[in-house]
Design a protein around this ligand. Sequence first.
Ligand SMILES: *Cc1c(COP(=O)(O)O)cnc(C)c1O
Length: 433
Amino acid sequence: MTHDSDISSLRQRLGRSEPLLWLNPDLAPATEALAGQDITWAEVEAAAAAFRRWRPALQRLFPDLPGGGVESPLQPLPEAAAVLGHAPLGDVWLKRDDALPVAGSVKARGGFHEVLRFAEALAARHGLTGEAALASPAARALFATHTVAVGSTGNLGLGIGTVAAALGFRAVVHMSRDAKPWKKARLRAAGAEVVEHAGDYAAAVAAGRRLAAESETTYFVDDENSRPLFLGYAAAAIHLAGQLAAAGIAVDAAHPLVVHLPCGVGGAPCGIAFGLKHVFGDAVHCVLAEPVAAPCMLARLALGPGVTVYDLGLDNRTAADGLAVPQASELAWAATHRLVSGAYTVPDEALFRWVERADALAGLRLEPSAVAGFAGPAWIEAGEAGRRYLAGVRPTHLLWCTGGSLVPEAEHAANLARGGRGAAPHPALELSA
Ligand SMILES: *Cc1c(COP(=O)(O)O)cnc(C)c1O
């Protein structure tokens, strides 16, 4: 995509909501792309160490958090061919962040990390350290005089609001119009205040940022530009490396691992990709999955800065509420624009179909955002560009399932009904046919 005509053709295809795979011409060797980065590996290790340190406090705050650990299972998907509608060359594994306790999504990683970091620092400024820092009556009294605020399409608010309220903070979540009613209701039940905005995700973030700037006791989690969020996601790579080793999954030049990451603003998928590139270097290939209505990171990577999905003629309306973001995070882009292998776009009908297939064939309860990466193995293996990229090597695929365990029964049933109606053809298979 280095020629002007290629760029303008890509722009048009994105604007037509055409499902497509884009491979990154700026992909560089990992050591080269990681050298001199502003965000360091030491910070990622510190985030992982912080999660270990917080285990006792988290266990006390959330009895259903096993051992206080914010981690999820890695499991095989032997039914991959039937679920995906494409028989992959190698094994397919799932990273079950949908099963992350308390928040029910990948947001637990970044969100808990940022809120707990802030809480710990605030407590230390008031002489509260060690065990007393996070879950003591003195800490609660201190946190009650402070507000933690965030702007969200739903899941980040759910993660941040729940943990902030549990610690004793006043929690204020600015929700965009995409946010599902059940997510708002659940947050209110957890003790958070929900402020509803008529605008999109970017507008909700901007409103929250503005209000927070007026208050000295308000801490704003800025999803469009947050280092602590990014680090919380990146830390996932350390635990995953241990899970892969324990499962006997080799990751090296002869056994590449292709990781499929649903992408909204970019913090979660790019943070995870950043961590994985540090651990596995060029043996890991990170690919982003976005809705056809909101390919904001693909636009940032391929078309340059300042392009919103509205500029492409798209409306940012998608059932994948976790991915309904008009403009990508610059922080996430800067850290990973030479590390991610590419991105593909997925229509909503395909998302519903995979939600239904995953439930019927593998017993999974996933939300539409969480199955965006299910498009990936076919893009990489059946499409011409993907095959050229693989160059004859048989990869293991890891589908990052980013959320869903908290979806209410009725909502999930409605998703299943939409997915069961008519079989939408797989975009990659259709286009490469
Ligand atoms: C937020 C979210 C993502 C993407 O994370 P970003 O940091 O916005 O890119 C993916 N899946 C689900 C379910 C999410 O809630």
